[in-house]
Unconditional design. Structure first.
Length: 286
């Protein structure tokens, strides 16, 4: 059996974060992440219709740097979702939203994050998942480097967190809407591995009150998701964890024999997880 488990999400595929209290240090950790495009592609592959009602209002304006960073992650996920479904009008709307929130994150020399976004490459490669992953990887890596170089690593973490919660939101809502789609249940619980990567990084920046508050909410979600696990050990029967590259993006996969890796979730359990995700998201997008 072979299965890819996405370890984190965002408009990118590689993010490097400095340790707290070191100013502008050499990068000290690498978090492997895959784009929410991969999740959107899974939803589309299950022949599920495009659901614009799941997405954030593209016209909402945010004030603080933290709110703009969180919603840059959310709008980036919305853009990837609309783009995968070939929704040109919505893609343009969410590109504008991404640009607006990126421009709101400004630096002392007057530049902002919007210079790293190229919708033309995204549109031209809509049907090439590998290329989309490569493009989004490069985009976020540049954003992350820019933020770190300008002493704003906490905002890079919030972009990551926003993209995570929007991906979890879309998956949980679709899993509730289509309880027969086992892949969606599996993908939802796989997000706990993502969350276990994000939480320690958030905690590094807990001196920022908004980051600290978000970290507490994420911990509640982690505690709930940790109640559920896949039914077999991936490393049993000769299985092993390997790192694979998809479009230049490193992701974790398990290769080997196993009887089942499906998650068993009741309707009530799905709704509880979705409810926690929705509560967190509602505070971000308001």
């Amino acid at each position: 059996m072979k299965r890819i488990i996405v370890l984190t999400i965002l408009i990118a595929s590689m993010m490097q974060l400095p340790a707290q209290g070191q100013g502008d240090p050499i990068l000290n950790s690498i978090i492997k992440i895959a784009s929410p495009i991969e999740t959107a592609d899974l939803i589309r592959a299950n022949n599920l219709p495009y659901q614009p009602g799941l997405l954030n209002n593209a016209n909402t304006a945010y004030v603080s740097p933290e709110a703009n960073a969180l919603n840059l992650g959310i709008y980036s996920t919305n853009l990837g979702y609309a783009n995968i479904y070939g929704q040109n009008e919505d893609s343009q709307r969410y590109l504008s939203a991404v640009g607006r929130t990126a421009r709101a994150i400004r630096f002392a020399d007057g530049h902002d994050l919007s210079r790293h976004i190229n919708i033309f490459d995204l549109a031209a490669n809509r049907d090439n998942l590998n290329k989309l992953l490569e493009i989004t990887s490069e985009t976020f890596e540049k954003m992350s480097e820019d933020l770190q170089a300008n002493g704003k690593s906490d905002l890079a973490v919030l972009i990551l967190a926003g993209a995570f919660i929007e991906t979890a939101h879309i998956i949980s809502q679709e899993a509730n809407r289509h309880p027969d789609k086992q892949e969606l249940k599996n993908k939802l619980i796989e997000q706990k591995f993502v969350l276990s990567q994000i939480l320690p990084v958030l905690n590094n920046y807990a001196a920022n009150p908004q980051v600290a508050q978000l970290s507490m909410s994420f911990q509640e979600l982690q505690d709930e998701m940790d109640k559920y696990d896949f039914q077999t050990d991936n490393t049993a029967n000769g299985g092993k964890e390997v790192v694979k590259s998809i479009g230049g993006v490193e992701v974790i996969s398990f290769e080997g024999q196993s009887q089942s890796r499906d998650i068993s979730l009741s309707g009530a359990e799905l709704q509880k997880i979705a409810g926690i995700v929705s509560q967190i998201r509602a505070k971000i997008v308001k």
